[in-house]
Structure formats: C-alpha cells, structure tokens
Design a protein around this ligand. Structure first.
Ligand code: COA
Length: 398
C-alpha cells in the first residue's frame, strides 16, 4: 500500500517516503544464520543442510541441536543432549494439577500455551547471558512440551497422565504417552521425520512473535508461550486441522474441481495451499506426501488421500499460475491421522517441533539484541475535546 493513497493522514517526517508494507511482506527485520528458503526453486535448508537430507538421515533431537547451536553435534554431545532431555521429560505434579483445572472442552493449543508459560514460574531465574542457563532452558522446553501435550490429552479424557518411559527415544516416548501403547518403530520414525520437517522455517508469524518477545529480554518460557499462541491461528499452524475438515467436506476425488471452483468464486482460501515464501510446492509437502505413502503401504490407505491428490492436481490448474501450491500443512494431517492422533492435536504437535526453531531464534536474538519497536501511520481522529456524557451525540457509524 502506498502512503499517498490514504487521505487526511499526517505522516511524520521520519516516515515520509517509506512505503507501508502490510504483513511486513518482503521487509527484512533481522539477520539470521538459521534457515534459508529459496521460494522460487522450492529449496529449504537448516544451517546450510538441505531439508531432504536432514529428514532422511537425522533425528529430531540431532536437528534441534543443529538449529540451536549451529553445528551437528559430535556423538558425545548428542548422547549428552539426549540423556539430559530424557532426564527432564517429567513435569511437576503442580503443572499436571493445574492442567486438571482446564476445561476438557478447551483447545489443546490453549492448554499448551498456558502450561508452557507456567514453566516460567518454576524456573524464574533470568540469566540469559549465561550459557548454562540457555542450555538448561532449551533442555527443559524440548523435554517437557511433548509431555504436557500428552498429559492434556489424557486429562481431558478423565485419566491420569502416564509417565515418560526411559527406554523409549523422544518420538516413540511421545507416541507412547499420547496413545498409551508402544507404537510400531516405523510409525515412530515417520513421526520423528515429521518433527524434523516442522522444526524451523525462518521468520514465520510464530517465530517473529518469539523474536519480538525475546527482544524484551524476558524469559524463554514467555518466548515459547507467545509463539504457541501465534502458531494456533488458522492462517498459520492451525491450517493442518482445517485441511482434513476440508477433505472430508469434499468427500470424493471427483468433487475436487467443483469444490475449488466454488471456493475461488467465493474468495474462500483453500487450506494447506499458498505460502508467503514459496511460489512452487513447499519441499516439506513433497516429503510429507512420501511419508504418508510409506505409512499407507504398511498400515492401509486413508481414503482422504485420494481426495488430497485429486485436489492438488485440480488446484495446480487453477491456482498454479498464481504460484499457489500445497504447503507443509497439506499432507501432515493425513500422516498424523494414520498414526491415530486426534485432529486438534495436530497443531500442538507442530509446536512440539517448532519449539526447536523458536529457541534457535531466541538464542540468536539475545546474542545481538535490539528491542523490536516498529512504526505506524496514525489514521485516527485529531484534536478532539472531552465532552460530558449528556452532551454527546452518537457518531453516525456507531
Ligand atoms: N487459496 C486460495 N487463494 C489463495 C490462497 C489459498 N490457500 N492463498 C493465497 N491465495 C490468493 C489470495 O486470495 C490472494 O489473491 P488475490 O491477490 O487475487 O486477492 C493472493 O493469493 C495472495 O494471498 P494472501 O493471503 O495475500 O497471501 P499471504 O502471503 O498474505 O498469505 C497464507 C499466505 C499462507 C496466509 C495464505 O496463502 C493462506 O491463507 N493459506 C491458507 C492457510 C494455510 O494453509 N496456512 C498455512 C501456511 S503454512
């Protein structure tokens, strides 16, 4: 939007000539060495490593270490990190009791936001210039967030949360705490790969929110809680839930074209499509599609998969010329559904993974901090005087 388009607006001298960019599209607001996206070619790399390599070769905890500390860990560093995470998986009975007071009908993202914020009460020391404090906070958050997501799932069903199992690796343990049974190793590995894919994506809305919060030098639990709240919206992480609802509404592959025509005519967004950064298919969507197929080959196909592939094909004809293709949320729900995960947990699972990226940005932000404080162009009234209530007339647009 050009400032000159707006009438009767006083633009302060220091903002003269600066174009207003709603949604900050294309505006660099920081430097970062964490993640690189080439939205025209469909390339994504964490710390210089292509996402395809990490998703096939790495583990979520190794990728987390890479994102936060910049390099792949040595075998000892990884063993120590995994052992620390394992040791801190349990959450205090006080947090569990607090979660028992949450309404069972509440959204698990709200439960997660509250419980993540509550960790700040337990670890209130703020020593963000101390590397040990940073390490401990990373370990606690990466370790406890899955436990809190699984705990709320059982609590809202009226059950007591189950304790983490020390003999299970990160993803296998989460699936065990959530579903109360040990999953097939293939399912656990595919889930771990999903976590790698969702771990980081440069300055998306929740990561930006994390950096803004971090820039006030508050504690990392507040940073993560603010990012969880931002991730919850349907234009961001919340889209993965809506994708399945949409696929079910379409119902069968033959109806995909009509659904799209109707949505486009009525200016309705197709969930799981479009991205500010990509003009081609999101590379994570391609990998998730393969993961869904791997799962279906072992455990049987989800009939919504055919609807999804038909929708992708039809959407390419209609939206491809505008650079709108499937994003990360398009196939992730189909994977999670096959793993037996309830739909409203898809976004909390996104959060379990993205906490790695948020913490990498937290560390980077506090390492070279300047508080975020952008400008605005004031478009409101000027020079009004207070008048007594009985003399007021209602404005015509009230
Ligand atoms: N379905 C249909 N049209 C879409 C679309 C979608 N999913 N995404 C973008 N568009 C269209 C818009 O209608 C708009 O068209 P117009 O210029 O003719 O008005 C144009 O593409 C630009 O869209 P806009 O919403 O301004 O892009 P953005 O960069 O601000 O938003 C998203 C990016 C991701 C928020 C947007 O693509 C979207 O809402 N997608 C659906 C939700 C989703 O899947 N979110 C998860 C993201 S990982």
């Amino acid at each position: 939007m050009d400032q000159k388009q707006s009438k009767n607006i006083h633009i302060p001298n220091e903002l003269q000539g600066i174009a207003l960019r709603p949604g900050l599209e294309g505006v660099p607001v920081t430097q970062s060495a964490i993640c690189e996206i080439d939205g025209l070619k469909g390339n994504l790399a964490y710390r210089g490593y292509p996402i395809e390599e990490l998703a096939s070769q790495s583990s979520f905890l190794e990728t987390t270490y890479l994102l936060i500390w910049g390099n792949l860990p040595s075998p000892k560093q990884l063993r120590d990190f995994e052992a620390e995470i394992q040791m801190h998986r349990r959450v205090s009975f006080r947090v569990r009791d607090m979660m028992k007071c949450f309404p069972a009908s509440g959204h698990p993202m709200d439960a997660l936001q509250s419980s993540a914020a509550s960790l700040g009460l337990f670890y209130s020391r703020r020593a963000i210039d101390n590397p040990q404090y940073i390490y401990d906070a990373v370990v606690r958050l990466i370790a406890k967030i899955p436990t809190m997501v699984a705990a709320f799932q059982l609590i809202r069903k009226g059950q007591d949360p189950i304790q983490p199992r020390d003999d299970l690796a990160y993803s296998a343990n989460f699936l065990y705490m959530l579903t109360e049974r040990e999953q097939d190793p293939l399912a656990a590995r595919i889930f771990d790969r999903c976590l790698i894919l969702h771990a980081e994506h440069s300055l998306n809305a929740s990561t930006f929110s994390a950096r803004v919060t971090a820039s006030t030098l508050t504690d990392p639990y507040a940073v993560v809680a603010s990012a969880v709240g931002t991730l919850a919206g349907p234009l961001h992480g919340g889209a993965n839930e809506d994708v399945l609802t949409m696929l079910e509404e379409i119902g069968n592959p033959e109806k995909a074209g009509d659904y799209l025509d109707d949505a486009i005519t009525n200016k309705k967004k197709i969930m799981g499509f479009g991205h500010r950064e990509y003009r081609v298919k999101d590379p994570r969507a391609s990998i998730l599609e393969e993961l869904a197929e791997e799962l279906f080959a072992r455990f049987g196909k989800d009939k919504m998969y055919d609807v999804a592939t038909a929708l992708e094909l039809e959407a390419e004809k209609r939206l491809g010329p505008k650079g709108i293709y499937p994003n990360v949320d398009f196939y992730s729900g189909l994977v999670y559904r096959k793993l037996g995960i309830p739909r409203d947990l898809y976004t909390p699972i996104f959060a379990i993974s993205r906490v790695a990226g948020w913490l990498a940005h937290w560390r980077e932000q506090i390492g070279a901090n300047r508080i975020f404080r952008p400008s605005q162009i004031y478009t409101g009234e000027q020079k009004r005087s207070w008048i007594p209530p009985e003399e007021r007339t209602l404005p015509t647009n009230a």
